[in-house]
Design a protein around this ligand. Structure first.
Ligand SMILES: NC(=O)c1ccc[n+]([C@@H]2O[C@H](COP(=O)([O-])OP(=O)(O)OC[C@H]3O[C@@H](n4cnc5c(N)ncnc54)[C@H](OP(=O)(O)O)[C@@H]3O)[C@@H](O)[C@H]2O)c1
Length: 285
């Protein structure tokens, strides 16, 4: 697994270990996250997806691979390495994390790279499934991080159905367990209920028992906020471009794939907020 110490990878690794599978996690360094995975039974291998040799070593003897990479430069290089290492080692299946805004004509460099990465993987003789989630529910925690009770986002009154990382993990794990029916598929993934951010804030207020307000902001203000948080230009360029996509409905929609592939109904905003109350409370203090 590449990205096992991240959000979707972490949940997926835990789920596969709970189900009795052998999980090999490629990590860039041993830290408390990898120690935790090791404690749950994962095999930890240090390496880098940008280095073909370490990746080829890490993929020896594995059946199926989950690949996720952050919004950072290097996605296409990493993808080519994954495809090459998988082919060299006879890996039978890859689940590739992409995103809902992945398309050839997007203004986001990262989203275009996701689209190109999908097409690169499609050319290799390995069963590949691309997942294209809408915005993760984790966004609500990250956006809340300043504890003001305000969600300041440049999304106007656009809509999406936030999807929990744990729900994506159930889909990823199910595909890794039985890849054949999913080979060649592109799966857009959504939470259960499409909402705008006024509605999201209202639901969060109800569960958290305090006022949460959505404040629609301009792209310029969003850039300033991201710069203050120290975000890299690659990520800023992506987020500003997809904010326009979001306003134009690219992130909207819902489907039943989490239920039909993952086997259970996805969390809605209320359940996600209730389950993660401690994270919201932490940032309020
Ligand atoms: N957030 C959203 O709303 C959203 C929506 C749709 C799609 N997505 C997609 O989700 C993906 C990110 O997934 P995520 O949130 O589950 O991941 P994440 O939490 O950002 O974690 C990324 C993982 O990749 C590892 N990693 C980074 N560079 C690496 C390298 N060179 N070699 C090996 N491992 C490396 C990280 O390890 P370290 O922490 O040690 O660096 C970490 O384990 C992105 O591709 C994004 O487009 C996100």
């Amino acid at each position: 697994m590449v990205g096992a110490t991240g959000k979707t990878g972490g949940h997926t690794a835990e789920l596969l270990l709970e189900r009795g599978h052998h999980v090999r996690a490629l990590v860039r360094r041993v830290d408390e996250r990898s120690e935790r995975l090791a404690g749950l039974g994962a095999e930890i291998v240090e390496g880098d997806v940008l280095g073909l040799d370490s990746l080829a070593e890490a993929t020896k003897g594995i059946d199926a691979l989950y690949f996720t990479y952050p919004i950072s430069p290097g996605l296409v290089d990493a993808t080519v390495n994954v495809a090459q290492a998988a082919e060299e080692n006879g890996v039978q299946a890859i689940v590739n994390m992409s995103q809902i805004s992945a398309r050839r004509e997007t203004a986001s460099n990262a989203a275009r790279q996701h689209w190109v990465a999908e097409r690169v993987l499609d050319r290799f003789p390995v069963a590949v499934t691309h997942i294209r989630p809408t915005f993760f529910a984790q966004w609500l925690i990250d956006t809340w991080a300043d504890g003001t009770g305000e969600l300041r986002l440049p999304f106007a009154d656009g809509r999406h159905a936030p999807i929990a990382e744990s729900d994506q993990a159930r889909v990823i794990a199910a595909i890794l367990e039985d890849p054949a029916p999913h080979a060649g598929q592109i799966y857009p993934l959504y939470g259960p209920v499409e909402l705008n951010h006024y509605e999201i804030a209202e639901k969060m207020s109800r569960v958290l028992g305090r006022e949460v307000t959505y404040v629609p902001i301009s792209l310029d203000e969003f850039r300033t906020i991201l710069e203050k948080r120290g975000a890299a230009e690659h990520l800023i360029q992506h987020l500003l471009a997809v904010a326009i996509d979001y306003r134009n409905g690219i992130f909207a929609g819902t489907n039943d794939l989490v239920k039909t592939i993952g086997g259970a109904d996805p969390l809605d905003v209320e359940s996600f907020t209730a389950l993660n109350r401690a994270s919201f409370d932490l940032h309020t203090a």
